[in-house]
Each structure stands twice: as structure tokens, then as C-alpha cells.
Design a protein around this ligand. Structure first.
Ligand code: PLP
Length: 448
């Protein structure tokens, strides 16, 4: 047989038998093997995702109960498709959206596609050193006062490190100003089973990357419409399919959609108990990490997400990642300061024990970590994200970029807050900061 580099690499990876503390949430243990045979298409009896009125519609309606939503929709195009749909629903033809500065690439790209003008609000560094922190309702209120024409507020919660924003406070502010709150809840679908889902806390729309934490095939996600006055007034539920169809493939994978249906049924029958049990186990692992002197995000966090700041033990997150892999643990994410593990009820007891033993085996803490340095001022906006993202671009060494316009978000981790966004001027202060964090080049736009 001819060479199959990808297939072979995946097989070889499995042979390493590392404990999976990364996405997808099923960990290879929940879904039935007949999903291959269920790779069907739109047939008279299999419905059609964007014109659903049969079994897909019924499965989506069943999912409303899990989230207590006004409406829930399936995506086989990841949370990205749900994020695209949220923006299309709230700002169909562009306009201002007040947005946390800490957002996923898919949100920046959607802003570009729809001609949205972001009004950035920075999080406050309240989650401890080396983390971005949370968007605060008072800061959003100020932005809404200054921008009465804003169409929505957009926030990521939880973030990659499990840090939860004050969704109740944010939604109260949004509703007082008559705008919807859109939440990128990519990392928090399971929070529905722990009483902390943003929809239950007042969000109007949530994009939930089910495959990250629930037993769903990669690419499976839910778009939720909250049962709120504003989402009814703006007709979100009735317009959602059209918004998703604008960006989605006409061939959504049936195995992915079937896995959403199966995971939802599991979640409703056994999910709460399973996640609560996991939260207890993870609390113990977090305590072990704390006792070792590792950093943990401060304030309210996802009880099941393990994010550990490794600088106190003299390792970057990347170095700790290598250490974890040598011990047979594959983490989700590593950066200059933190290592992140995604545990789900589909990790075995042995895997969770291995995770805790690996945390214990890290060197002893021997240094204290200072607060993250203050961020440089927000740079001047020279063009809209749309113009910048769609412009021809080139990569240049950082030192040659002074005064140029960024074509991409430049976001060193830590602190995980973009220092420049597409369309913003690259200032000397930004360059100094990025350089200190090891960034050596940046995409700039080529002007005519
Ligand atoms: C915060 C956040 N939002 C959105 C996404 C996009 O999700 P998906 O890969 O399901 O499209 C991700 C993916 O990692 C993410 O981390």
C-alpha cells in the first residue's frame, strides 16, 4: 500500500498509550463503533441540518432540555460555525460589537467577514500572574455608555485555563442597555451539568464546543439561544438556521451529529453525577498542585479544568508538557507559563491517578512569580479588521514593523491578551512588549 503519513502517525500515536487529557471529551471510550456505517447523507428519512423538520429537528429539540434553552442547534462545523452564527444574528451587516480582547481566531475572522467594528475591552488581570483575567461588568458598562450604537457584547468564558467571567453581572449590564450577550463557551459545554452554564446565567446566545468536553466526535458543537426577552425580540431562534447555513458546509457529517444526540442523551441520564464525581477528583488533584507550590487560576473557575502555572518549579509550560509526556500524560495545551489538562468522566481512574502522580513528580517549587507586567496601551486603529484580514500580507521581523498595520493578532502567552489586533498600528511599545515575550516576527499588511 502507498504511504499514509497521517493515518500512520495517528496509529503510532495511539500505540504510545498516553492518558488523554486533551480534546475530544470521549477519550475513545463512549461512542459506538457503528458510527462508520451511519456516515449517511440527506435522505428522505434522515432529515437535513439546515432545513431540519424531521429527526434532526427532534434531536435538536431534545437538546433544549439539557441547556434549558429557547432553542438549540447542532453544528458539525465546530464551535467556529456557532460563533459565526452568533455574530451574524447579532450584527448581520456589521456595526459595532463590544468585545473582550481575549477571543478566539474564529471570532476575529468572523468580525472581518461581516465587517464588524470591535470595541475592545481588556480583561482585568484578576486570575493571577501569567493569565489574562476576566472581563468586568463595570468596564462593559462604560463601553456601552460610550457606544450607544453597539449591537452586542461578546465574551469568552470559560477561557482556556478554566477562568469563568461574571456572566450574571455581564448579562445584567447588557440587558439594561438593551443589547444581547454572546458567549464563546467553547470550553464549557459540560458546565450545564455543574450548574454553571452561561445560558443559565443570563447569556442570550452561547457557542458550545461539545467535542472538547462531552463525548462527541470532533467538530460537534451546539448553538444555544437563551430564553431571554432580547433574544425573542431579535428573533434569534427563528433566524439561527439561516445564519448557520451562511457559513456551514452543505455536507455536515452524520456521525458527528449522531454523536451530539448520543452525548446529549448520556448527559441527561448520567451527566450530572459523572461530572460532579469528576469535580471532586479534580479538586484533589488541584490541591496536590497547590501544595507543591504550582500556580492555579484565582477566583471562580471550571471545577474540572486543571491549569497549572509551572514557573515556580522552574519550568515553562512547554517544559512541563515534555515532562508530562514522558510520564505517559498528554496535556491539551502548554505555553510559556501554564500547562492545561482537560479531564472528562471518560478518563479512567488509572489515568486520573497517573495525572496526579505526574503533578507530584514535578520538581519542588523554588521561586515566587511576580505579577504579569502591565500591558502597553491599546494601539491606534488604522483600519477595520475586514480590510486588514483580507489584505495581502507578509511576515516581517518585529523590529521592521514599527508604524506598520498588523494583519494578524499578536498574542504572547503569557499573558494571553493580544497586544495588537488586525488593523491596528504596531507601536514601539507593542514591539518592546512582544519582543520581551519572545515574538520575533509579525504579519503586516501590504499597502497599495
Ligand atoms: C475559546 C475558543 N473558542 C472557539 C474555538 C473554536 O472551536 P472549534 O474548534 O470547535 O471550532 C476554540 C478552539 O480551540 C477555542 O479555544
Amino acid at each position: 500500500m502507498a504511504k499514509t503519513p497521517l493515518y500512520t502517525a495517528l496509529q503510532e500515536h495511539l500505540e504510545k498509550k498516553r492518558a488523554s487529557f486533551h480534546t475530544p471529551g470521549h477519550k475513545g471510550r463512549f461512542l459506538p463503533h457503528d458510527l462508520y456505517e451511519l456516515d449517511l447523507t440527506e435522505l428522505p428519512d434522515t432529515d437535513s441540518l439546515f432545513e431540519a423538520d424531521g429527526c434532526i429537528d427532534a434531536a435538536e429539540k431534545a437538546a433544549r432540555e439539557l441547556f434549558h434553552s429557547q432553542a438549540t442547534f447542532f453544528s458539525a462545523g465546530g464551535c467556529t460555525l456557532c460563533i459565526q452564527a452568533m455574530f451574524r444574528l447579532a450584527a448581520p451587516q456589521g456595526g459595532k460589537v463590544i468585545s473582550s480582547r481575549v477571543i478566539h481566531r474564529s471570532a476575529v475572522n468572523t468580525m472581518a467577514l461581516l465587517g464588524i467594528e470591535p470595541v475592545w475591552v481588556r480583561p482585568r488581570p484578576d486570575a493571577g500572574p501569567c493569565l489574562a483575567g476576566r472581563l468586568h461588568p463595570e468596564d462593559v458598562k462604560k463601553a456601552l455608555e460610550q457606544n450607544p450604537d453597539a449591537k452586542a457584547v461578546y465574551v469568552t468564558s470559560p477561557d482556556y485555563y478554566g477562568v469563568l467571567a461574571d456572566i450574571q453581572g455581564l448579562s445584567a449590564v447588557c440587558h439594561a442597555y438593551g443589547v444581547p450577550l454572546l458567549v464563546d463557551n467553547a470550553h464549557g459545554t459540560h458546565l450545564a451539568l455543574l450548574g454553571k452554564h452561561p445560558l443559565a446565567l443570563g447569556a442570550d446566545l452561547t457557542a458550545c464546543s461539545a467535542h472538547k468536553t462531552l463525548p462527541v466526535l470532533t467538530g460537534g458543537a451546539f448553538l444555544n439561544v437563551g430564553d431571554t426577552e432580547i433574544s425573542r425580540k431579535l428573533g434569534f431562534a427563528g433566524r439561527a438556521k439561516e445564519a448557520m447555513a451562511l457559513f456551514g458546509s452543505t455536507s455536515p457529517g452524520y456521525p458527528i451529529m449522531a454523536s451530539l444526540d448520543l452525548a446529549r442523551a448520556w448527559a441527561m441520564e448520567q451527566g450530572q453525577e459523572a461530572w460532579e464525581e469528576l469535580a471532586i477528583r479534580m479538586a484533589k488533584i488541584k490541591e496536590t498542585a497547590r501544595k507543591k507550590g504550582l500556580l492555579l487560576p484565582a477566583g471562580e473557575t471550571d471545577p474540572t479544568r486543571l491549569a497549572i502555572g509551572t514557573l515556580p518549579v522552574g519550568m515553562t509550560g512547554e517544559e512541563a508538557g515534555d515532562f508530562f509526556r514522558k510520564k505517559g500524560v498528554e496535556p491539551e495545551h502548554e505555553d510559556g507559563a501554564y500547562l492545561v489538562c482537560i479531564a472528562t468522566p471518560f478518563n479512567t481512574k488509572e489515568e486520573l491517578d497517573r495525572l496526579e502522580e505526574t503533578v507530584l513528580a514535578l520538581p519542588e517549587a523554588n521561586m515566587s512569580i511576580k505579577e504579569t507586567p502591565a500591558l502597553p496601551p491599546l494601539p491606534p486603529v488604522r483600519m477595520m479588521p475586514r480590510e486588514a484580514v483580507l489584505a495581502f500580507q507578509k511576515s516581517v521581523p518585529l523590529e521592521d514593523a514599527v508604524g506598520k498595520i498588523a494583519g494578524e493578532a499578536a498574542c504572547p502567552c503569557p499573558p494571553g491578551v493580544p497586544i495588537v489586533m488586525p488593523g491596528e498600528e504596531i507601536t514601539p511599545e507593542a514591539i518592546l512588549f512582544l519582543n520581551n515575550y519572545g515574538l520575533r516576527s509579525i504579519q503586516i499588511i501590504l499597502q497599495k
